[in-house]
Design a binder for this molecule. Structure first.
Ligand code: PRT
Length: 117
């Protein structure tokens, strides 16, 4: 368990299952179904708006609001994955492959790769 929210991975998996279960449901009773009905560009736009709201709260220095906007951001990211057919395991797999590789070292290897072309 990790604090008040319980097991982090489990809650994200449960959230993804819930948003998947809203496919084809009534947009008047489910906000997620309403998002699907508005299409991928709208879902992506909402994700961008939530990201900007998180940035604003960070700049204001409001930790509680940043946490709340982060929850909105993760929810809308899950809806976009579900809408686009991206499986959480795919994203988790990419993160797992990167485990132990410094972002600085990875960036250097990318630059060397492009310079040798
Ligand atoms: N985690 C969330 C969650 N986080 C944020 N939101 C909604 O996201 C919206 C974001 O607020 P905004 O003001 O940006 O959006 P809005 O003005 O309502 O909508 P727009 O017209 O701007 O698109 C709010 O309506 C929130 O209620 C969420 N809605 C649903 N969930 C989860 O998804 C589950 C399924 O929800 P339904 O699909 O509604 O049954 C819920 O049980 C929750 O677990």
């Amino acid at each position: 368990m990790s604090g008040q929210g319980g097991n982090t991975a489990l809650i994200l998996d449960r959230l993804f299952e819930t948003v998947m279960s809203r496919k084809g449901q009534d947009p008047s009773t489910s906000y997620t179904a309403k998002l699907y009905s508005r299409g991928t560009p709208k879902i992506a736009q909402k994700l961008g708006e939530e990201a900007v709201e998180a940035v604003i709260e960070a700049m204001r220095g409001d930790k509680q609001k940043l946490a709340e906007e982060s929850a909105d951001l993760l929810y809308h990211l899950m809806v976009l994955w579900a809408d686009m057919g991206v499986k959480p395991e795919t994203v988790y797999g990419i993160l797992a492959e990167r485990e132990g590789i410094s972002g600085i070292a990875e960036k250097k290897s990318r630059k060397q790769g492009s310079g040798s072309k």
